[in-house]
Design a protein around this ligand. Structure first.
Ligand code: ACO
Ligand code: ZN
Length: 283
């Protein structure tokens, strides 16, 4: 399968029908060759099975019994639910999800071995079930300290703040594990943009709301970010000054203004208390 991916970088489907949405694909994904005769690929929005024709797909829809991701609901608030899925227990489902997400990820090799990963799937709820808006995968054990392997907001839901929720969720899990984490490198352009925004907002929020001066290490430990990500972010924001032989965090008027703007704009957050009972699964 890896070979197919290396050899054929040409996009195989232009369009995917998923749920009530038809979306354009961005990149190649190794769905079975036999299906490429069709223009549009039909993907079931609950089990992510794929079909070359509308007829086959409606036959599937009539008998598909899944209405939410096949795992435990570990978080719920007014807007979203998160489900935790073990790649080893739900191989087919996770592989199907990876096939779908590969169509929007260029720089990642598709892992057909999903066993070492957990999948955190974010859904919105309605009378028909829980609809996936985005997800991230996470290695059960990461030697590099990564807290996210792959992250995706489905294209029809992008630029609505869901990516930010996914990122915040990944750090809330790290906080509960007592670990500092960072996303797997390299990041895509969109991944980098989203992470930079999250890091900047989170750090400035902490600095502004703290009554005492905070150190780099304290910022890292309170946010579960790595010291390196904290340093890079503050550097990018021009917030690090060298004073009498050590780094001091400097807050300019401009930073304060940006902060006020963000505060007004951001509406949705993950409520950390919603994860109070969560423990990292023993896989
Ligand atoms: N242009 C400019 N800024 C952007 C863009 C964009 N297209 N997308 C996100 N941002 C920045 C903005 O600052 C944005 O805040 P704003 O909308 O208030 O300005 C912030 O990131 C958060 O945006 P969200 O709406 O929360 O992010 P979204 O739901 O669109 O998800 C994601 C971001 C997951 C990266 C999405 O673009 C995606 O799925 N892309 C394709 C897959 C991908 O590249 N994933 C990351 C790979 S790296 C890895 O997996 C570790
Ligand atoms: Zn289905």
């Amino acid at each position: 399968t890896q070979n197919i991916h290396e050899v054929s970088r040409v996009k195989n489907f232009d369009k995917i029908q998923i749920g009530k949405y038809q979306v354009d694909t961005w990149y190649f994904s190794p769905w079975p060759i036999e299906l490429t005769a069709s223009e549009c690929l039909y993907v079931c929005e609950f089990c992510f099975s794929f079909f070359g024709s509308e007829k086959q797909f409606s036959r599937h829809k009539a008998k598909c019994t899944l209405h939410h991701p096949p795992g435990n609901e570990i978080y719920r608030d007014a807007t979203v639910s998160f489900f935790e899925i073990d790649g080893r227990r739900q191989r087919v489902w996770c592989r199907n999800l990876c096939l779908l997400s590969k169509a929007f990820l260029d720089h990642k090799t598709l892992h057909f071995d999903v066993d070492p990963f957990l999948f955190y799937c974010m859904c919105t709820r309605d009378e028909n079930g829980c609809h996936l808006t985005g997800y991230f995968s996470k290695e059960k054990e990461s030697a590099d300290g990564y807290n996210v392997a792959c992250i995706l907001t489905l294209p029809q839901y992008q630029r609505s703040g869901y990516g930010r929720l996914l990122i915040q969720f990944s750090y809330e899990l790290s906080k509960r594990e007592g670990k500092n984490g960072s996303p797997e490198k390299p990041l895509s352009d969109l991944g980098l943009l989203s992470y930079r925004t999250y890091w900047a907002e989170t750090l400035i929020d902490l600095i502004m709301t703290s009554s005492v001066e905070v150190t780099i290490d304290e910022l890292a430990n309170k946010t579960s970010m790595t010291t390196q990500d904290v340093l890079h972010t503050l550097q990018n924001l021009n917030m690090l000054k060298y004073h009498k032989g050590s780094h001091v965090i400097y807050v300019s008027d401009e930073t304060v203004q940006d902060y006020e703007k963000w505060k007004k704009k951001r509406k949705r957050f993950i409520e950390p208390d919603g994860l109070a009972n969560w423990k990292a699964p023993q896989c």
